[in-house]
Design a protein around this ligand. Structure first.
Ligand SMILES: NC(=O)C1=CN([C@@H]2O[C@H](COP(=O)(O)OP(=O)(O)OC[C@H]3O[C@@H](n4cnc5c(N)ncnc54)[C@H](OP(=O)(O)O)[C@@H]3O)[C@@H](O)[C@H]2O)C=CC1
Ligand SMILES: O=C(O)[C@@H]1CCC=N1
Length: 241
């Protein structure tokens, strides 16, 4: 996630990357043409007045915060399931934001959620727009719910793509044809979804007594809709744990 953010920001911002391994940091800097400043995350790192993008796994929050000192200007955290309260306890900063990008950030096409300090909304939106679209949510509850859709969504859609491919392979299509076709399907579906409500897309394809109706009937028999709703519920509940 850090790499995606750097890629989006490196040509417009001064970026200092703090990490625990100088060899990895140098390799990262090489990948970005030497445009980064590097620093070791060690005791006494002064972050006074800086805007921090926190991109470690949630369990590393305590370790990272124990190294830094001073009052940061802003902190933008991408840590899943880590509340504003927990961040506030860990860091001293003027403005605090939670952000939830997704894997498409690597292609500048993230759908990123934001919540937190309204006074830092514009700045944080501008930063996160470097990796795609942003959407501000007024409460942390909405943010945690929405995360199941956009943060975990790529994994859910990958399962759909893979399952559809498995289906046609089972009927006799070659795997490479299936994969090529699924990629084209998702590419074409993106603009369709931008222009139409999903229910209308389904209705437009579902001819009376037709082949798609037979397939959709099977999905309903297998409770596919209910399975997705349960997946969202379980993802959200896990976020709160
Ligand atoms: N993957 C996803 O789709 C999404 C992830 N997120 C969130 O992004 C965050 C990062 O995830 P992701 O980028 O996938 O994880 P990665 O494991 O790819 O990256 C984590 C980075 O944190 C570094 N790190 C770990 N521990 C420490 C430490 N104690 N001090 C300094 N640096 C440390 C790691 O360094 P090293 O390699 O040297 O160990 C690594 O560079 C998570 O909190 C996750 O919830 C948010 C949205 C989507
Ligand atoms: O599952 C996770 O923990 C991370 C957060 C959102 C996407 N992946």
């Amino acid at each position: 996630m850090a790499k995606a953010m750097i890629a989006g920001l490196v040509n417009t911002h001064q970026i200092e990357v703090l990490g625990k391994d100088m060899v990895k940091l140098r390799a990262l800097n090489d990948a970005f043409g030497g445009k980064l400043s590097l620093g070791l995350l060690q005791e006494g790192v002064d972050v006074t007045g800086k805007t921090l993008l926190l991109c470690v796994k949630p369990h590393a929050l305590g370790a990272v915060s124990s190294y830094v000192q001073g009052e940061a200007h802003g902190l933008i955290s991408v840590l899943a399931g880590t509340s504003l309260k927990a961040l506030q306890e860990a860091f001293t900063c003027k403005h605090l934001i939670r952000a939830m990008p997704n894997l498409a950030a690597a292609h500048g096409a993230s759908m990123t959620l934001l919540t937190g300090d309204n006074d830092f909304r514009e700045t944080s939106e501008a930063i996160l727009k470097s990796i795609g679209k942003t959407h501000w949510l007024g409460t942390e509850k909405e943010f945690d719910i929405a995360m199941a859709l956009t943060g975990s969504g790529p994994a859910f859609l990958a399962l759909v793509a893979e399952a559809l491919c498995d289906g046609v392979v089972r009927e006799g299509l070659k795997r490479e044809d299936a994969t090529f076709l699924a990629r084209g399907l998702f590419e074409g579906f993106a603009p369709l979804l931008q222009a139409n409500h999903p229910a209308l897309i389904k209705e437009a394809v579902m001819s009376p007594g037709g082949v798609t109706a037979a397939g959709l009937g099977a999905l309903e028999d297998c409770k596919a809709r209910s399975a997705f709703m349960l997946a969202i519920k379980k993802t959200y509940e896990k976020t709160l744990k």
